[in-house]
Each structure stands twice: as structure tokens, then as C-alpha cells.
Design a protein around this ligand. Structure first.
Ligand SMILES: O=P(O)(O)OC[C@H]1O[C@H](OP(=O)(O)OP(=O)(O)O)[C@H](O)[C@@H]1O
Ligand code: HPA
Ligand SMILES: [Mg+2]
Length: 181
């Protein structure tokens, strides 16, 4: 059972649902009269993206980009690779980048630079989790779900070595699972 590898639950399904409703309500106000493009950063943000977009009542479009920097470990390699690019042009569009977690900042600082170079009308960042203790790159966040301590978390899209993404809650992984103390 996946549950056995979890030290403690950080956010339950109900807590996630409530907070995501609040973020969507803010977006519904901020983008009234506009038609933003929500860009999901795969793979980690797929669950958050699905729940967030269903709470957005504005006309919007979705697109997907895939980047990877963690491989099978718990520390950023610092090397970010685009493994799938967007399907559509974003020039002149209001874009909202949707991420599961902002940790070292390596992924998003790289990604945001690439997206800004494509001349969108505006760029905002929405991250479900923010882990500021491990930041090495400065990244401005517009919508943040929760600030979390310096622990490796999994579930609700977040993985360790590609596992645990299907847990419906967010939990702290037992360090013994990844060889920590
Ligand atoms: O701020 P950072 O230290 O860069 O970490 C955050 C990024 O790392 C994870 O992705 P990962 O590279 O593991 O790919 P994944 O989304 O497929 O799990 C996570 O989903 C974020 O995209
Ligand atoms: O705490 C984390 N959990 C899962 N993936 C991650 N990518 C960066 N930080 C994390
Ligand atoms: Mg990951």
C-alpha cells in the first residue's frame, strides 16, 4: 500500500479542495473579461490543473509543457530539460503557469524566461505548494496555495521516482523510502 510510505498527511483532499476554490475565485475576479491560457507544467501539476480549471468559470484555454529536473532523486539536478513544448503560440495571450511545487526555483526560473521570450501579453505564476527554504533562484509567485516546510512531499500529482502521484492527498514521504535518516 502506498499509504504505508507516508509519515504524515500535510493536506487532506478537503483542505486542497477548499484552497483551490479560493485560488480559482481570485483568478475569476482577476481575469474577468479576458480569456487566459492555463499552462500546466507536466507531469507534477496534472492533478492540480484538472481540479483548478474545473473551478474556473471564465472562458479559458489549456496547454501543456513538460520539463524535468529531478530524475529519480529528491534534490534538483539544476539541469532543466524541456521534454514537451506547448502546442499553441502564446504571443499576445494572458498566460497563467500552473505548477505543483516551487522548490529550488530552478524549473520555474528557466521556464518563465523561455515563455516571456515568446511575447505573451502577461505572465502569472500559480503554484500549489511553495517550499521557500530550498530556494536558489528568485521567482515571483502570483497565486500560492500553501507554504510548506523543507520536507519531501508526494501525492496529488507529486512523485518520488514517478510513484505516489495518484495519492489523493499531499503527504510527507518517510525518509527511509529514499534512503534518508
Ligand atoms: O523548484 P524546483 O527545485 O525546480 O522543483 C520543482 C519542480 O520539480 C518537480 O518536477 P520534476 O522535475 O520532478 O518533474 P515532474 O513534474 O515530472 O515530477 C516539480 O513538479 C516542479 O516542476
Ligand atoms: O518535495 C517535493 N516532492 C516531489 N517533487 C518535488 N520536486 C521538487 N520538490 C519536490
Ligand atoms: Mg517530480
Amino acid at each position: 500500500m502506498l499509504d504505508q510510505d507516508i509519515e504524515r498527511v500535510l493536506f487532506t483532499e478537503a483542505q486542497l479542495d477548499t484552497r483551490i476554490g479560493e485560488i480559482a475565485a481570485e483568478m475569476n475576479r482577476d481575469y474577468a473579461g479576458k480569456e487566459p491560457v492555463l499552462i500546466s507544467v507536466l507531469r507534477g501539476s496534472f492533478v492540480f490543473m484538472a481540479d483548478l480549471t474545473r473551478k474556473i468559470t471564465l472562458p479559458c484555454t489549456v496547454d501543456f509543457m513538460s520539463v524535468s529536473s529531478y530524475g529519480a532523486g529528491t534534490k534538483s539536478s539544476g539541469q532543466v530539460q524541456i521534454t514537451k513544448d506547448l502546442s499553441d503560440d502564446i504571443e499576445g495571450r494572458d498566460i497563467i503557469v500552473v505548477e505543483d511545487i516551487l522548490d529550488s526555483g530552478n524549473t520555474l526560473s528557466y521556464l518563465l524566461e523561455i515563455l516571456k521570450a515568446r511575447k505573451p501579453a502577461s505572465v502569472k505564476l500559480c503554484t500549489l505548494l511553495d517550499k521557500p527554504d530550498r530556494r536558489v533562484k528568485d521567482v515571483h509567485v502570483d497565486y500560492s496555495g500553501f507554504t510548506i516546510p523543507d520536507e519531501f512531499v508526494v501525492g496529488y500529482g507529486l512523485d518520488y521516482a514517478e510513484k505516489y502521484r495518484n495519492l489523493p492527498y499531499i503527504g510527507i514521504l518517510k525518509p527511509c523510502v529514499y534512503g534518508g535518516e
